[in-house]
Design a protein around this ligand. Structure first.
Ligand SMILES: [Mg+2]
Length: 376
């Protein structure tokens, strides 16, 4: 694991997204962690990972240095326990007994389950505990999720379980980002061996606009379900007397004007329900846009309070309405231009329109509707 850096981290220096992976400190070996520092820091319980933290993965030999270190912790009054993701409970049991340390086997880290169980059973608070481990995505992330400080130890040997090898790759990608929080001057040329694609993916995910866009698209998906669901209910479920509401209303509409007769006739089949579409669609689309507005305001753009809410709502509707028109124009326009079977070209047109409109809506809402809004 080349390029591993040690030191204290200031988690406030990096984004909340990265912060959850960030240890409080990184060391080359547990031997650099001193019992006196633990006592001074008000720690009472040391939670330990086993493999590649206390001893080499798969090995049954506990290094003499590890045993001495454990003794020094005990002598200072520290309580110790092991949180393990092992797939070999027999070996863990032997090792734990040899070290005289109780262990937890449960929902795999980074689940908070084992951490919380240990806190409860040892009767200490999260602040009084510390987690020591060699893996960011299990040991460190789990500790941070439970509110426990974590010390990241350089893995003892470059041998790992195959699944761990995969997460090591992620760690390498993440490392450079985490090192921004380290409280020392960065070294030039660090991590020059990082895979470019992976680094780019992490850089993208740690970009707030990209994360906002992903949230925006997720909410867009739920709004589509809301839209289709309400439209379906209005058209095919809502009763009125002994018939469907859409049939009653449609029958009345076609009596009023030939325009509705035209709407209700499709490919020479007359169905009065279809005359209701111009009335039902705005209802379902309107509720869907309202759904998008509320969730995007709160979740994507993190705006709280009622200030400017009605102005924002009007702008949001305007952007969404233009998006709707764009969608129709692009879909029909491209449907006629893209060669191939009409159904397929319409589908391709719809796909392109969806992507274009997603960007239109996102940037419209971000840069106009919610521009300069106070976030929390
Ligand atoms: Mg480990």
């Amino acid at each position: 694991m080349s390029g591993f850096r040690t030191g204290q981290f200031n988690r406030e220096k990096i984004s909340p997204f990265l912060r959850r992976f960030c240890p409080k400190q990184a060391v080359t070996s547990i031997l650099e962690i001193h019992a006196s520092d633990m006592v001074e820091g008000g720690k009472k319980l040391v939670m330990l990972d086993v493999d590649n933290t206390l001893l080499v993965w798969r090995s049954e030999d506990i290094p003499e240095s590890t045993l001495k270190w454990i003794e020094s912790m005990r002598a200072a009054g520290m309580q110790l326990c092991i949180l393990s993701n092992t797939r070999n409970p027999g070996r863990l049991d032997r090792l734990a007994k040899a070290m005289g340390i109780p262990y937890y086997l449960g929902k795999f880290k980074p689940s908070t389950e084992m951490y919380e169980r240990a806190l409860k059973e040892f009767g200490v608070t999260a602040e009084q505990a510390i987690m020591i481990g060699d893996q960011v995505f299990t040991d460190i992330l789990g500790a941070n999720r439970t509110g426990i400080d974590a010390i990241w130890v350089k893995q003892m040997a470059p041998v790992d379980f195959i699944g761990t090898k995969v997460s090591r790759l992620g760690e390498r990608m993440l490392r450079r980002k985490l090192y921004r929080a380290i409280m020392e001057e960065p070294v030039d040329g660090e991590d020059a061996d990082l895979p470019v694609g992976g680094t780019a993916a992490f850089a993208m995910l740690s970009n707030p606009t990209v994360r906002q866009f992903i949230k925006f698209c997720i909410i867009g998906g739920t709004s589509m379900v809301v839209d289709l669901g309400i439209f379906y209910l209005l058209m095919f479920v809502m009763p009125m007397g002994d018939a469907l509401m859409s049939e009653r209303l449609g029958a009345w509409l076609v009596e009023q004007s030939n325009f509705f007769v035209g709407l209700a006739t499709r490919e020479n089949v007359f169905d009065p329900k279809l005359a209701c579409v111009p009335f039902f669609k705005p209802i379902s689309a309107g509720v869907a846009i309202l759904n998008s507005f509320l969730w995007n305001r709160r979740w994507t753009f993190r705006i709280r309070g009622r200030e400017h809410r009605s102005v924002q709502l009007r702008k949001f509707f305007a952007v969404a309405l233009i998006g709707l028109i764009l969608n129709t124009v692009i879909t029909t326009g491209l449907g006629n231009v893209i060669p191939g079977h009409p159904k397929r070209s319409l589908f391709a047109g719809q796909l392109i329109a969806t992507v274009v409109v997603a960007f239109w809506n996102f940037f419209g809402q971000k840069l106009w509707t919610f521009r300069g809004a106070k976030t929390h």
